[in-house]
Design a protein around this ligand. Structure first.
Ligand SMILES: [Zn+2]
Length: 286
């Protein structure tokens, strides 16, 4: 390959300190053969020269090129002390290319995490783009996403906090419902935490673990009118103004109106109305 096309391949692959040797196009993916640049590392014990003990090809999925899944194939070398000082042999590490035991390059892993975490794409969908399996992408998402979750500034300053009950999954042979409670920054539209269960105790425990400086900045607490939400706010945020969520207020008003309609119908006619009854039908009108 000419130096220009080699440089273009290096930019597409996006790996530092590598030279692209060859690009092979198969029916299902592009294979880019690489060679790492750089000096030989010194012996870990004596600091002297080392020699090649073993070499093997290692493949990593990289970002798709020209709409095709692409893998880079690099030669990984195992070094041994050239003067025989007794130091154990070791392999070269290329943390900038890929984290240990990851089958995606660092850049492809960060891209996959962004696709899943930010765009909400299915892991299997992203795996199909990269030409690898579900587990490979999920490992990368766990590896790169953990740092984002652990970011101490992730929650930030919150003025309005809200709670929402969400069915997390149906578990086991009897599809037992497992609930979760989402803690939200309502004003900024940000999910702060997902707490297991929908009882007040779990949420109270989460609030109790938060810094005092964060808690005192909260001014409003939005309610979904459930008893557990009210209990959490009464216990943990007793001085903040509680606001009812309009969706639940309308739902409650509609429920009460329905009760009145049924009572009036029964008092007037002694039975519920037939399908054609205007009092019955008014509830079904858009
Ligand atoms: Zn040595």
């Amino acid at each position: 390959m000419s130096s220009d096309s080699t440089r273009m391949c290096e930019l597409l692959v996006g790996l530092p300190d590598v030279t692209v040797l060859e690009v092979i196009e198969t029916d299902i993916r592009l294979r880019v053969k690489l060679e790492t640049r750089g000096d030989r590392p010194p012996c870990t014990r004596s600091g002297g020269p080392v020699k090649v003990k073993d070499r093997r090809d290692v493949a990593h999925a990289v970002l798709p090129c020209f709409g095709q899944p692409t893998v880079s194939v690099g030669r990984k070398l195992r070094w041994a002390c050239a003067v025989g000082c007794g130091a154990a042999s070791f392999t070269e590490t290329a943390a900038a290319i890929a984290a240990p035991r990851q089958k995606l390059t660092d850049r492809a892993g960060r891209w996959a995490t962004f696709q899943v975490g930010h765009h909400g794409r299915a892991v299997s969908d992203v795996a199909a783009d990269l030409g690898c399996d579900w587990r490979t992408v999920m490992n990368a998402v766990n590896c790169h996403g953990q740092a984002l979750i652990d970011d101490p500034n992730r929650i930030g300053a919150t003025a309005t906090v809200g709670l929402g009950e969400v069915l997390f999954c149906r578990d086991g042979p009897f599809k037992h419902w497992l609930w979760s409670t989402q803690v939200l920054d309502v004003a900024r539209g940000r999910l702060l935490e997902v707490v297991a269960g929908r009882d007040a105790a779990s949420c109270c425990k989460w609030f109790a673990e938060q810094p005092v400086g964060w808690m005192v900045r909260i001014c409003w607490a939005t309610l979904d009118l459930s008893g557990s939400s009210r209990s959490v706010f009464d216990t943990m945020l007793p001085r903040e103004v509680q606001i009812a969520d309009p969706v639940h207020v309308v739902k409650l008003a509609k429920f009460v109106l329905d009760e009145v309609r049924r009572r009036v119908q029964n008092e007037t006619c002694g039975h519920r109305g037939p399908k054609s009854d205007p009092l019955y039908r008014c509830d079904r009108q858009p």
